[in-house]
Ligand binder design. Structure first.
Ligand code: M6R
Length: 587
């Protein structure tokens, strides 16, 4: 949510800040803005909407220093006056996060506020301190002591042509070291490593950075100077760009044979599962904590872990978990699932658990993300960079990884060899993309979508519905098939499209029965499975037969394609669904 970038060096700050914002556009697209120090002083440009709007507004701006912002609105609409950088007096500032006491600070630091944001007040407080002390860094430091909530921000001062101050509490901030006396700052690591430098230092919570006149200094929350370790990060070998695909999302859907193979290879050797440790040997209970799609993957994880390992598993939404009374025992293990490793609710839940001394594992995609750096051990999705806001390949990689973790050290390895068929099976499903596109176009007459499944298919029903909601902006609901008659069946009429996950497995006959009940109430029934039950299905999408632990992975690929093609037929920008951002760094 919101991305910030800064640069000081001998290159063109404008080019670098714009490149940085392009990399960070997945974090928001409500507005963007930047300020560049030119020979005529700081020039600020802001625009509503996508980054292209900003680029169209900019003429030449030459200078060695700049900061920029891409916004996902929290306080105030996506308007020009709410776009960053915010400027108060001689201070300009870009911010990612939420200042929870902004109203209180606005009352205390009176100013003719121009925006509805919680950010402008940070600039106002810094400006107030600065007007009294004339010390820019000290003013920022004093300001951070007054801020409640979450922030990563960068500030510049018109009196200091070669100075940027950054501060972090919550959302990430990474400093990159380029050529001599060249510094980059960004909200994420990939933007630095992919584009500019592999030498980086991460700001930890409460820390500040002061880049000034070719020097970069770090400070702890008590203001003392700290020595930071500069790490060299390997650039991940991953192609950027959409290649020939219309959208990142479609490219990422089609990458799934490869991404699933990558995670399989990462944790197997000579056909045997190969985690370095027994993982759950002494655990009495496993908790899985995550948000959104990662949470749904966790529900699938519960199913396979309980079935295979036989340890009870509780799956919690991170946004709820962090505020509940935690009943954790020393031998419990908590798995945090997060593609980005930066989701605020997941991180905050992790911090609660860490205080209790319980073992914490991460399943994450982005290496060196905040979660990855802090947990006891990380297991990587190996999905490659996921750009589309709607998670696709990271979701399927999470399912594969959870299954591998469940199968670790199990004696029966017959499923492991079947796992290696998965990339081919996914390929077969992908070959139906054009057929699914034709079917999806006809769905526009339905006003509501219901996704039904049982057992390991239920989390997939939830995920399918989420894909439909976020991409097509249509009300969609995932439900356990057997629960329909306890209430939701009342919703079913001719305006409802019911998508039934109906593999011919243990759950099949009961599922078909529940779908018959929906059909009898006028619902249009689309089934996804390895056998067409013609008496119930108005339409059917055939997928290959496979082990019941694997079929959910094939089903979700179909549901991704349905949501993708349907949303495209409605003319939506599927890579940038409205109101959303890929990395959710606010609570
Ligand atoms: O990066 P994370 O896995 O922690 O993200 C969690 C959710 O924000 C994410 O899965 C979200 O629900 C996606 N937009 C779903 O497509």
């Amino acid at each position: 949510m919101c991305g910030i970038v800064g640069y000081l060096g001998s290159g063109s700050a404008l080019d670098i800040v714009l490149e940085g914002l392009e990399q960070l556009e997945y974090r928001g697209y409500d507005s963007s803005g930047l300020t560049i120090k030119t020979s005529e002083g700081f020039k600020r440009v802001r625009a509503e909407g996508s980054l292209d709007h900003l680029k169209q507004k900019i003429e030449k701006l030459e200078g060695p220093l700049g900061i920029g912002h891409i916004r996902w609105a929290t306080h105030g609409t996506a308007s020009l006056e709410n776009a960053h950088p915010h400027k108060v007096g001689k201070i300009q500032l870009v911010h990612n996060g939420i200042i929870e006491n902004s109203e209180e600070l606005k009352t205390r630091f009176k100013y003719n506020y121009q925006s509805q944001t919680d950010t402008e007040v940070i600039a106002s407080v810094i400006s107030d301190f600065y007007s009294r002390t004339g010390d820019f860094f000290q003013s920022v430091f004093e300001t951070t002591k007054l801020l409640e909530g979450a922030f990563a921000f960068l500030a510049v001062c018109e009196d200091e042509a070669h100075s940027i101050v950054g501060a972090r509490k919550g959302p990430p901030l990474v400093v990159g070291f380029g050529k001599e006396k060249e510094f980059f700052i960004s909200s994420d690591l990939p933007s630095l490593v992919q584009k500019w430098t592999s030498r980086v230092a991460f700001l930890e919570d409460g820390e500040l950075v002061h880049i000034q006149d070719g020097r970069c200094q770090f400070f702890s929350s008590d203001g003392s100077l700290i020595k930071k370790k500069i790490q060299t990060i390997q650039k991940e070998d991953q192609a950027k760009g959409k290649e020939d695909y219309a959208h990142y999302m479609l490219k990422e859907i089609f990458e799934q044979p490869h991404s699933s193979l990558r995670v399989l290879k990462a944790y197997t050797e000579k056909g045997q599962i190969n985690f370095s440790s027994p993982l759950f040997q002494s655990a009495e209970k496993i908790f899985i904590v995550a948000c959104g799609s990662s949470y749904y993957a966790g529900l699938y994880g519960k199913f396979v872990l309980e079935s295979i390992v036989g340890i009870p598993v509780e799956v919690d939404l991170a946004s709820e978990f962090q505020y509940k009374s935690l009943i954790l025992k020393p031998k419990d293990i908590v798995l945090f699932i997060s593609q980005s490793g930066e989701t605020a609710d997941t991180l905050s839940s992790f911090h609660q658990v860490k205080k209790r001394g319980v073992t914490c594992y991460a399943l994450c995609n982005v290496r060196n993300s905040s979660l990855d750096r802090e947990v006891d051990a990380s297991f990587y999705l190996n999905a490659g960079l996921e750009v589309g806001v709607a998670s696709t390949k990271a979701f399927t990689s999470t399912l594969v990884l959870l299954l591998l973790m469940a199968l670790n050290k199990q004696k029966d390895h017959s499923l492991v060899s079947q796992l290696f068929d998965l990339p081919f099976l996914i390929d077969q499903v992908l070959s139906k993309s054009e057929q699914i596109k034709e079917q999806a176009v006809l769905f526009s007459k339905y006003k509501r979508f219901l996704y039904l499944g049982r057992g390991p298919h239920y989390p997939i029903a939830l995920e399918g519905a989420l894909k439909m909601k976020e991409l097509a902006y249509i009300h969609a609901e995932g439900y356990p098939s057997g629960e329909m008659k306890h209430g939701p069946l009342a919703l079913v009429d001719q305006e409802v499209l019911v998508i039934g996950l109906a593999m011919k497995d243990f759950y099949y006959s009961k599922n078909i029965m529940n779908l018959q009940e929906a059909k009898a109430r006028g619902g249009f029934i689309l089934t996804i499975g390895d056998q067409n039950h013609k008496s119930v299905a108005d339409q059917h999408i055939e997928i290959p037969s496979c082990h019941p632990f694997l079929s959910p992975i094939l089903e979700v690929v179909v549901l991704q394609l349905i949501a993708y093609h349907f949303a495209c037929s409605l003319g939506h920008d599927v890579d940038h669904p409205r109101n959303l951002a890929k990395s959710v760094t606010v609570e």
